[in-house]
Design a protein around this ligand. Structure first.
Ligand code: ATP
Length: 199
């Protein structure tokens, strides 16, 4: 599995549609300060489901939408597509090439697509969760992040190892199942009360 291409349109400084093609192996993105290198990395995190504006170096999510520059007016939406080569079947989906697209409108909300079909954030997270590219983005090591990892609590380090080992997906499923069970318990108790009242 490897990243094949990334297309940014209206994302941060990339107002026009821009596609970066990646070959297997190491890719280096070079350019002057402020030219948008980190914005490319932000786009990678964002399309894979990043939910924290701060992790994308903004104060709110809409900061990822092109805000205007020079004579070019601000745009109303940001869109990023990531194409992954899946010929080795690492991703649990029956396609040799997988394109994940995320679109966000200034009015709010994000839409996801997997190979052109509407998807939920959860679908994207589950698709990527065994690859280490999931929710917590440990595959992307930002500037200063090594310090954070070195200073992490044992619990935070455990979460990191769980994610890398693909355990987190099952932990999340367990948490969702437990919360459904808790909600069922309270509904059963409520039913019991109603039954007692009717007696
Ligand atoms: P450095 O080498 O200094 O880390 P860099 O190449 O990584 O720089 P970035 O931080 O990726 O640069 O890009 C910063 C540029 O992106 C700034 O010029 C900033 O104005 C622009 N930018 C960020 N968000 C937006 C946005 N929403 N709309 C328009 N331009 C934006």
């Amino acid at each position: 599995m490897h990243l094949k291409s990334l297309t940014l349109k209206g994302f941060k400084s990339f107002a026009s549609s821009t596609t970066l093609n990646f070959e297997p192996g190491i890719t280096a993105v070079v350019g002057p300060n402020g030219s948008g290198k980190s914005n490319v990395v932000d786009a990678l995190s964002w399309v894979m489901g990043e939910q924290g504006a701060k992790n994308l170096r903004g104060s709110q999510m809409a900061d990822v939408i092109f805000a205007g520059a020079g004579t070019r007016p601000a745009l109303g939406r940001a869109q990023v597509s990531l194409t992954i080569d899946n010929t080795d079947g690492t991703l649990p989906i029956d396609y040799s090439e997988v394109t994940i697209t995320r679109t966000m409108f200034r009015t709010g909300g994000s839409e996801y697509e997997i190979n052109g079909a509407p998807a939920r954030l959860l679908d994207v997270q589950e698709l990527l969760s065994d690859t280490g590219m999931g929710k917590q983005m440990h595959v992307i090591v930002g500037q200063g992040q090594l310090d954070t990892i070195l200073n992490a609590t044992p619990e935070q380090r455990r979460a990191l190892i769980d994610e890398a080992a693909g355990v987190l997906k099952h932990r999340r499923r367990k948490e969702r199942a437990l919360s459904k069970l808790a909600s069922l318990d309270s509904k059963t108790a409520r039913l019991q009360d109603l039954r007692d009242e009717l007696k």
